[in-house]
Design a protein around this ligand. Structure first.
Ligand code: SF4
Ligand code: SF4
Length: 306
């Protein structure tokens, strides 16, 4: 019977890689696997989703998974973002994994969720075991593999193949494998019942009409409204200035893709935290390490404009 898994994360967290690791691990075990991601219009930090189907025979379904057997949430702040729709199609029989420092019971008390819930703090594990910049994609993939019942060796091999495709060095791959398998062994399992019924399409197929470029080009009818969309909720790490290290070079100002850094009269950056999405580009580009990434602390569901 088909197993269906939907991953939710933020751009840069590796939800797509995690779904590929799961699909490859299933493929290694002789299953047919299908995985695909969906991105929004935004870049790093924006909600993204990825989908993996696993079956013993040909998979004819395509597209998004409306009612998954397992939902994997790589960033708990997405639960509070209605646009991310992480709980769509979740019911009492759905298994749900959340990357969170809270236990399933603590998270349920904070944000009541349907489904069979399990948690593990993958972000802290990645920081402790892989250091600054440690990615969680392999960890998320390993946890998903464990929850759907794939073997440890298949998951380990899938991590090696997928991370090699991304160009990681052998030492980095081995480190990721070791930490991911630690997560595989640690996560508390919950039953994943395959074969969740999928809704059938009720809409009739529409034939699009061609329009000339002068009519068909997208148009912004309400301009200059991005200030209304606070993207601070996307952030899992915030850039923080260490003033003594700043040489006033303005590079962070130039590199910020969202224009949320302004420069004060003393040539020090001022960050608009209501709109900083936490992409960390400024942290990486600062030549003097005057910007450091600090993990958001207000629980797992951090709304962090301040
Ligand atoms: S890039 Fe770093 S050193 Fe340059 S202005 Fe920004 S914080 Fe200061
Ligand atoms: S301030 Fe830094 S972390 Fe925030 S959006 Fe700009 S570049 Fe990204």
């Amino acid at each position: 019977m088909m197993r269906t898994v939907r991953f939710h994360g933020r751009g840069g967290q590796g939800a797509k890689t995690a779904s590929r690791i799961l699909g490859t691990a299933a493929f290694i075990e002789g299953f047919v696997a299908q995985d695909s991601p969906v991105y929004g219009a935004e870049r790093r930090g924006a909600p993204v989703a990825a989908f993996t189907r696993i079956d013993s025979g040909p998979i004819k379904q395509r597209g998004v998974i409306a009612c998954p057997d397992l939902v994997v949430i790589a960033d708990a702040s997405l639960i509070q973002d209605p646009a991310a729709r992480v709980l769509d199609g979740v019911n009492e029989r759905t298994a749900v994994f959340v990357n969170s420092p809270l236990t399933a019971e603590q998270l349920q008390a904070q944000t009541p969720l349907l489904g069979r819930l399990t948690t593990l703090d993958l972000t802290t594990i990645a920081l402790q075991q892989c250091g600054k910049g440690g990615a969680i994609s392999a960890l998320v993939g390993a946890v998903a593999g464990r929850l759907v019942g794939l073997r440890r060796d298949s998951v380990r091999e899938a991590i090696a193949r997928e991370l090699a495709d991304l160009g990681l060095a052998a030492t980095q791959i081995e480190r990721n494998q070791a930490v991911a398998i630690q997560c595989y062994d640690t996560v508390r399992t919950v039953p994943v019942a395959p074969g969740a019924p999928q809704p059938t399409a009720s809409a009739r197929l529409q034939v699009p009409t061609y329009e000339s470029p002068t009519r068909g080009t997208a148009r912004i009818s309400a301009a200059a409204n991005s200030i209304l969309r606070e993207t601070s909720g996307w952030r899992t790490f915030r850039p923080v200035l260490v003033p003594d290290k700043c040489n006033g070079c303005w590079l962070c100002f130039a590199y910020c893709p969202d224009g949320v850094i302004s420069m004060a009269k003393d040539d020090r950056p001022v960050i608009d935290y209501a709109h900083c999405k936490g992409c960390q580009i400024c942290v990486h580009e600062c030549p003097t390490e005057a910007l450091v990434a600090e993990r958001e602390k207000e629980g797992t569901v951090a709304w962090k404009a301040k």
